[in-house]
Design a protein. Structure first.
Lengths: 159, 268
């Protein structure tokens, strides 16, 4: 048996295997770029976070700028505290507002940041003051029905 | 009459359980000894390389072809369901996640067990039946260090690489069906996949799975071969046992690993 051919085949096999792993990591998994970068932590309180999950993206103007790191419940105010890591490359003013938004009609939920006009920038550990909760579909439908009913009642009164 | 049937049944069950336990203990001791004495296999790496060739390189064709077809089937089936919800662009996510998390390691493991595991068992069993193992002992060559350990490590090295190739090939198959044949947007296919697949959570966990399956299959294969009765019938039985036991072990381990890996994040 010729040994050198076996070595060649094994070498090719191992190279192909590592190539496949690299393909999976880079092309399929898109090796998360900003876990290695400096990031800072911000907190925000929401009355309702809907279906927000840990590791959900934090976006500003549609660009992913960070990730949700933790979700806790505050027993004093009965609100949700969302901790997120924002990429250190992106600085936001201190009066930035946070919203829980949904991508698409049935898509996943994410935190949307909208920059304010303050000259001071957010620091590690800061808390966002202006927040807007997730839209809960049931509440929305309830409100709509209530408004419709109220309109109907007004219309009757006028007649 | 009834009493003897009942007693016979319990006797058989008891004997079976005792035999299994005995074999499990022997197998564990065998693994421990094997790891302790694999110095030779790793120092004279060429012997192990030869086994990587037999277990890995020769399994390439079946792994690549099945990976391609599994990916293509996933592409077709996934498209059928996803397009009902107008989410056909998520086909890349579906194909990539199911391959990387589950199908890659599991199906590659099953194929590896039946293609390479059975060959390892048959080879070692035949060496035992033709008294080559005893001859080695006679010459003061440790058969576990010289014969068993290289095959074990060859399998352990090959399996994760084969699983990665299977997954990559499957994603390629899904790409062919989804993008080239059905006509999903190429950019959406890849970008949604990249957004949804996490390197640590999905890919690394898949690799860990394939390493564990590789260890399990290689261990079962070399042990069954070494433990085989030194007859033609014994070797054939051992080969069958290797395939059955390692398939069951892969599926059971897969459940345990999945429960450990993919529920921790959501439970918080």
């Amino acid at each position: 048996m010729n040994r050198s051919t076996i070595d060649l085949w094994v070498g090719l096999f191992v190279a192909a295997g590592f190539g496949a792993l690299l393909f999976l990591a880079l092309k399929v998994g898109n090796l998360a770029t900003f876990t290695t970068n400096e990031s800072y932590q911000v907190q925000a309180k929401f009355a309702n976070i809907g279906g927000l999950k840990i590791r959900a993206p934090v976006k500003s103007a549609g660009v992913v700028v960070g990730r949700v790191a933790g979700i806790h419940f505050d027993t004093e105010t009965y609100e949700a505290i969302v901790t997120m890591y924002v990429d250190g490359r992106y600085k936001f003013p201190r009066d930035t507002s946070a919203k829980v938004l949904t991508s698409g009609l049935l898509g996943e939920q994410y935190v949307g940041l909208e920059a304010g006009g303050d000259g001071m920038m957010l620091k590690n550990g800061d808390r966002l003051r202006l927040t807007q909760s997730a839209v809960v579909l049931e509440n929305l439908i309830g409100q709509f029905l209530y408004n419709k009913a109220a309109e109907g009642a007004e219309g009757k009164d006028k007649k | 009459m009834v009493e003897s049937i009942v007693r016979g049944f319990f006797e058989r069950v008891g004997r079976g359980v005792t035999a299994r336990m005995w074999q499990l203990g022997y197998g564990a001791r065998f693994l421990f000894y094997l790891v302790l004495h694999s110095g030779t296999a790793l120092r004279r790496f060429r012997i192990t390389l030869r086994e990587v060739y037999y277990a890995g390189v020769l399994s390439l064709v079946i792994i690549l072809v099945s990976g391609l077809f599994v990916g293509m089937v996933l592409g077709l089936q996934g498209y059928e369901t996803l397009q009902r919800f107008g989410a056909s662009e998520s086909l890349g996510v579906l194909v990539a996640l199911s391959l990387v998390r589950e199908l890659g390691p599991v199906v590659a493991g099953l194929l590896f067990a039946s293609r390479a595991g059975s060959a390892i068992t048959a080879e070692i069993g035949l060496m035992k039946a033709t008294e080559q193992i005893s001859a080695m002992e006679m010459m003061a060559v440790d058969p576990i260090a010289r014969v068993v350990a290289p095959r074990f490590w060859g399998g352990v090295i090959s399996m994760p690489l084969l699983a990665a190739l299977f997954s990559a090939m499957g994603i390629f198959g899904g790409y062919i069906v989804g993008v080239e044949l059905i006509g999903i947007d190429r950019g959406a296919f890849w970008s949604q996949m990249q957004a949804a697949v996490d390197v640590r959570e999905d890919i690394l966990n898949g690799v860990i799975k394939s390493v564990v399956f590789g260890l399990a299959v290689s261990w079962i294969a070399v042990f069954e071969g070494y433990d085989a009765a030194p007859t033609a019938e014994g070797v054939s039985r051992a080969t069958t046992r290797t395939v059955v036991t390692s398939s069951l072990a892969i599926l059971a381990l897969d459940f345990v690993l999945t429960a450990l890996m993919f529920t921790g994040g959501n439970a918080r």
